[in-house]
Design a protein around this ligand. Structure first.
Ligand code: PLP
Length: 368
């Protein structure tokens, strides 16, 4: 198998580190000396227990997870957690605060509204290109929790601060698309969740970090597989877990550990995204990113070509040229159009430089 034939800028499922893929390949038929692949291993076996527990322990180490927090591995993706968060927490007071700054937090709020009263902290934004400062938020002192999405994958809007909330109201955060890309102080949060398929592994596994005292407050109707208490009591082995996904995610955690940890990922993310944003900003409007500078995502860089609303012909040409040079999955989300370069942890600086080179050449050839 030849690696690196293409550079994959997908928004998720996304590129995995080459070293990890090679390890998966090497161990595919004989996982850790078991004689079988991880996909064929009982989730109750000692061999699997080691994979499962090591992944959780490594994650705890990478993020310095305090001892009063539990790490759960669940299924259902980010969307499953939109429901799970509400099912597990909204019953405390029957209402929750949602900070809607993009497509994913909007979806989360809609899902939660099935289980309780959702208070929109912000007036409906005409477009998702900024994070209104907290002084303008209308928080409800009676909320069961305050919910936000740290990085809006579709629009490329990333929080540049951690919201400050009343100590009695837990902060719930969707970190699906920037998990392990920057250090975080877990103690500021009640719940953090992340689908794996962007920064930490294949689709199918979802990580939840939850403060212990928030476990056990679920609505009676909560399905067992979305129930934090049941998952916690069973060390996330209530039912058959996504074993392959957890195995690969564990290898990604080891890779991050030997690649400078979360701080190392953060430095790389800054360098990569800065490279692309600088080209956008120096192109005199030829490339255009609608997102306010302060909250531009380090993971997903959306931009238009030709004008602020995008010249479709130029954008098509750019995508075709990118593909011809082996750079794939750069098309923007269907709801916003244009281009989106996702620069997750596994994307290297050298790969980002390839994209930068293409952008500069495209600018030179097509500017007026
Ligand atoms: N939250 C964010 C920030 C996302 O980017 C996505 C998916 O792209 C989701 C949630 C939904 O995740 P899933 O497709 O795993 O349900």
């Amino acid at each position: 198998i030849i690696y690196n034939m293409v550079i994959n800028f997908a928004a998720g499922p996304a590129k995995l580190p080459e070293e990890v893929l090679k390890e998966v390949q090497t161990n595919l038929l004989n996982c850790n000396g078991s004689g079988i692949s991880v996909m064929e291993m009982s989730h109750r076996s000692g061999n699997y227990a080691k994979i499962h527990d090591t992944a959780i322990a490594d994650l705890r180490e990478l993020l310095n997870v305090p001892s009063n927090y539990k790490v759960l591995l669940m299924q259902g993706g980010g969307t499953g957690q939109f429901a799970a968060v509400a099912l597990n927490l909204i019953g405390c007071t029957g209402t929750a605060d949602y900070v809607i700054t993009g497509s994913w937090s909007a979806k989360a709020a809609k899902e939660a509204a099935q289980y309780g009263k959702v208070n929109a902290v912000l007036p409906k934004l005409p477009k998702y290109t900024d994070v209104p400062r907290q002084s303008s938020w209308k928080l409800d002192a009676n909320a069961s929790y305050v919910y936000y999405c740290d990085n809006e994958t579709v629009e490329g809007v990333e929080f540049d601060f951690v919201p400050q909330v009343d100590a009695k109201v837990p902060l719930v955060c969707d970190m699906s698309s920037n998990f392990l890309s920057r250090p975080i102080d877990i103690s500021k949060f009640g719940v953090i969740f992340a689908g794996a398929q962007k920064n930490i592994g294949p689709a199918g596994v979802t990580v939840i970090i939850v403060r212990e005292d928030l476990i056990g407050k679920h609505l009676k109707i909560t399905p067992s597989i979305l129930n934090f208490e049941q998952m916690d009591k069973n060390n996330s082995l209530l039912n058959t877990p996504p074993t392959f996904g957890i195995y690969v995610m564990g290898l990604v955690f080891k890779w991050i550990k030997r690649s400078g940890g979360v701080a190392g990922m953060c430095e790389r993310a800054k360098a990569k995204s800065q490279l692309i944003y600088e080209i956008i900003d120096q192109s005199k409007g030829f490339f255009y990113c609608p997102v306010q500078k302060q909250v531009r995502s380090h993971m997903n860089v959306p931009f238009r070509i030709g004008s602020a609303s995008g010249d479709e012909k130029l954008e098509k040409e750019f995508l075709a040229q990118a593909e011809a040079e082996g750079m794939i999955q750069l098309k923007g989300h269907r709801s916003v159009g244009g281009i989106r370069a996702s620069l997750y942890n596994a994307i290297t600086l050298a790969e980002t430089q390839q994209l930068a080179k293409l952008m500069l050449a495209f600018y030179e050839n097509n500017k007026n």
